[in-house]
Design a protein around this ligand. Sequence first.
Ligand code: NDP
Length: 279
Amino acid sequence: MTSTTTAPTVTLRGGAHIPQLGFGVFQVPDGETAQAVSLALDAGYRSIDTAAAYGNEKGVGASIASSGLPRDEVFVTSKLWVDDMARDAVRPALERSLDRLGLDRLDLYLIHWPAPGLGRHVEAWEELVALRDAGLVREIGVSNFEPEHLDAIIAATGVVPAVNQVELHPAFQQRALREHHRELGIVTEAWSPLGQGTVLGDPVLAAVAAAHGVTPAQVVLRWHLQAGTVAIPKSVTPERIAANLDVLGFELSADQVAAIDGLDRTDGRIGPEPDAFTG
Ligand code: NDP
């Protein structure tokens, strides 16, 4: 297969272009993050997904700074943690993230969880709109929002999130939520796009992988691309970091896509239930 290292991009509501494949750093210790992100940037990733809650924004920032890449060539996402969703807490939380990252602006800032039990997702969204209007973030979005949470913030502000970053992989495909996104013009971003590795042993994926001479992980990431979602796989393994981006040299047939679509399960969720999660 042909190797290429530039991911296609998707245009967000505010006009920014987000690479369809980015590099996630959840559960990477801060001390190891700079090295992992440097490997990713060397491999050709131009989008990094971090969060205040990951405790590794400093490592991400150090790596971007030492890469020598122009700032506008790396798309940087971070997230507002649930403890900082009160109106007065939002801007200081963003400023701390920017400080740790060594940046003066984020490309995308997300509300990490709706935490409806806390009742603060609408005011947090109003504050994100203000941060965008102040030029501190280019695009604003949310994460782990269910349709009713999206509807509530849009009804209150008239502002539609650019992105909803949600758990999405072959065992948990979020069809109804994706349809809601399509109707609203929200880009779907897949977290745990490889199901944290748990889906990769599936025989359907093995057969498709063998047919193309690629790995099951590459098949899954190609499936995300062909579905139009943005995916942010994480790895600290150099060969996997490179291979996970190397998915542009083959194409899944309609039958292969249908076979992977068939792996969706009602009990496939790995992470928390968004309605119940309060941090
Ligand atoms: P992923 O689906 O990306 O899976 C990561 C796991 O798969 C790691 O154990 C990694 O191992 C392994 N892996 C990676 N590539 C391969 C490969 N080619 N072959 C075999 N195994 C592989 O899970 P994550 O939960 O890390 O999700 C990705 C990103 O999504 C996070 O880093 C974070 O940025 C974001 N996220 C956001 C959440 C949210 O609430 N908004 C929640 C969870 C994640 P190894 O590292 O050892 O190579």
